[in-house]
Design a protein around this ligand. Structure first.
Ligand code: AMP
Length: 565
């Protein structure tokens, strides 16, 4: 049975497979290796995923959504028309499209996948990703940390037997740093750190915010369509700046055309606070791995946003040398996920690559601290497994009850780094009652076992009693219950995916509609006429004519904006 590897990104996703001794990226129905992580509904209520949906972000902002990976594991619902979806469901729709692409390419049904997640995703976000797989009809064989995936892809090209590298992964919505060592065929993750709420999209937002505030406007004071158009210009402009070209933001607001030009210096000043935020996780990862910056042999850049010169410059200054530039930051994670899928299939060529990983956060429990006065203060966090410990890991720590006549304890399980339990993420709790006929101060052993997929099991044993209480942290705040999953599965199965065969033509129509809305005057009229001609051909249903007209329209649209992907 073939297992596929999936990079489920904030901005783009990709699917790969281990074939003929290498990890191969599978093209989608449009022939692209990257599928935008954008989901929409068309006018019939059918689901659109990928480039067509991305084109419609501007023309149909209420029926289209992007960057939902940021809300994974939160109960937040995102509206598409009169329907509401959780981020898991939207991700499931992207996964369903990738699954269909893989099935069409391989000519067989696919039911198993390795899916990559940011290393810094917490327990809830990881479970949400598994859930998305399940909602898409995929058994998630393994959740693979994105930087680990990148390191595998990169490590396979390495000739040296021993290398230490830092993977710098700045995607659309998340930022991860990992320090890894490749030694004698063993890939060891030494430390990970990151920020789940920092990514390329924040750099785009900074541009839009600057534009708005320079005219005394705010996000809520302008129309959604205008905001979508400004974001699109800022996104394209940010990419132009990477090639040292200044750009303009321009919109018609309250009947007046308002324009601002943004050059490299202005942009770099605007995003300086974001660049500063990138430094801390790097410093922390180096410290946790007990490695000096000088000992890093290679800096591997992953994620589209790592292409920005301002980021590149910061890293060069920090490490006194240039990051590796010969690998594609958009495809590396998917390539690595494909290698991992091959390992899961026990592919012969891969048997001698061994991998180890670490847990990204500290796991612990809430305790009361005793003061010299004999008083107690509750709410303190007591770590049991420190962050960046190798996984799988099992650690036990002894605690004791506070009162002689205490009849029960509640073990609260937290993830995080804060001294106070309440400032960390509550994963679950386990209540242990003592036999009523016994009393006294009791010793309690709490064991945490964390596996390679980031699933935590907690075991509580009271000294002198035979019972062992156990909980596998499956359902915590933000994670859906079994019944809810079943309900949502039924709802998603009822949604029709837009047919793959019509993708190219539908993309042209969506792109034409967007350009028509963007342009004015003569240009707008020409676009309208070209679209009419194409629609007439579609209407006549002659395949050869449709293909010819599609080619003609594509070239015509390319004249306006280049061959953009
Ligand atoms: P990912 O989630 O890895 O696909 O990363 C997507 C992010 O990278 C988005 O925020 C993009 O705006 C950003 N990005 C992609 N290409 C470039 C580029 N050439 N220059 C600047 N940012 C880019």
């Amino acid at each position: 049975m073939t297992i596929i590897g999936i990079d489920l990104g904030t901005t783009n996703s990709a699917v790969s497979v281990w074939k003929d001794g290498r990890s191969l990226l599978i093209p989608n129905a449009l022939g692209d290796r990257l599928t935008p992580s954008v989901v929409g509904l068309d006018d019939n209520g059918d689901i659109l995923v990928g480039r067509i949906a991305r084109e419609r972000l501007l023309t149909h902002p209420l029926l289209t959504t992007s960057a939902f990976k940021r809300h994974m594991g939160t109960p937040r619902e995102i509206r598409l028309g009169d329907r509401r979806f959780r981020a898991e469901e939207l991700s499931a729709l992207v996964l369903r499209a990738l699954k269909a692409d893989a099935e069409s390419y391989l000519g067989e049904t696919v039911t198993e996948a390795v899916i990559s997640v940011p290393a810094y995703f917490n327990d809830t976000q990881r479970k949400a990703t598994r859930m998305a797989g399940e909602l898409a009809g995929l058994k998630v064989e393994r959740l693979l940390n994105e930087p680990t995936a990148a390191a595998i892809a990169y490590g396979l090209h390495q000739q040296k037997p021993e290398t230490q590298f830092l993977v710098f992964d700045l995607g659309g919505g998340t930022f991860d740093v990992s320090i890894l060592e490749l030694f004698d065929g063993v890939m060891e993750v030494k430390a990970v750190a990151g920020d789940n709420y920092l990514g390329g999209e924040d750099f785009t937002d900074a541009i839009v915010d600057y534009y708005l505030s320079s005219f005394g406007l705010s996000v809520s004071s302008i129309e959604r369509k205008t905001l979508a158009a400004l974001r699109e210009q800022a996104e394209a402009g940010k990419r132009d700046l990477t090639k040292h070209k200044p750009f303009k933001l321009s919109a018609l607001i309250d009947g007046e055309r308002k324009e601002r030009e943004i050059g490299r210096e202005r942009f770099e000043a605007l995003v300086q606070p974001l660049v500063d935020r990138l430094r801390r996780p790097i410093e922390r990862a180096l410290l946790d791995a007990s490695i000096d910056g000088d000992a890093i042999d290679e800096i591997v850049m992953v994620g589209g946003a790592s292409r920005m010169p301002v980021v590149y410059g910061m890293l060069s200054r920090m490490f006194g040398r240039l990051p590796a530039a010969h690998i594609d930051p958009d495809e590396t994670v998917a390539v690595g996920a494909g290698v991992q899928a091959g390992m899961k299939e026990r592919s012969e060529e891969l048997q001698d690559v061994v991998m180890t990983d670490v847990c990204p956060y500290t796991l612990g429990t809430e305790v009361a601290m005793a003061y010299a006065t004999g008083e107690y203060e509750s709410g303190h966090f007591s770590p049991i497994i420190d962050r960046n410990t190798f996984v799988p890991v099992s650690r036990v720590k002894r605690f004791s009850t506070v009162n002689e006549d205490q009849k029960k304890i509640v073990v609260k399980i937290y993830q995080g780094e804060n001294r106070l339990a309440a400032n960390n993420l509550l994963l679950g709790e386990l209540e242990v009652e003592f036999p009523p006929e016994t009393s006294g101060i009791r010793d309690i052993d709490i064991r945490y076992t964390y596996d390679i997929n980031g699933i935590l099991e907690v075991e509580v044993k009271t000294e002198g009693l035979d019972d062992v209480h156990r909980i596998v942290i499956e359902e915590n705040p933000g994670v859906m219950s079994r019944e809810e999953i079943e309900r949502r599965l039924a709802k998603l199965s009822a949604l029709k995916m837009h047919p793959r065969e019509q993708e190219r033509n539908r993309l042209l129509l969506a792109r034409g509609d967007r350009l028509y809305e963007e342009r004015l005057g003569d240009e707008r009229e020409w676009i309208g006429l070209a679209m009419q001609r194409f629609e007439a051909a579609l209407h006549r249903q002659d395949k050869r004519e449709i293909d010819e007209e599609a080619e003609r329209l594509e070239q015509f649209l390319n004249q306006f904006e280049g061959n953009r992907r």
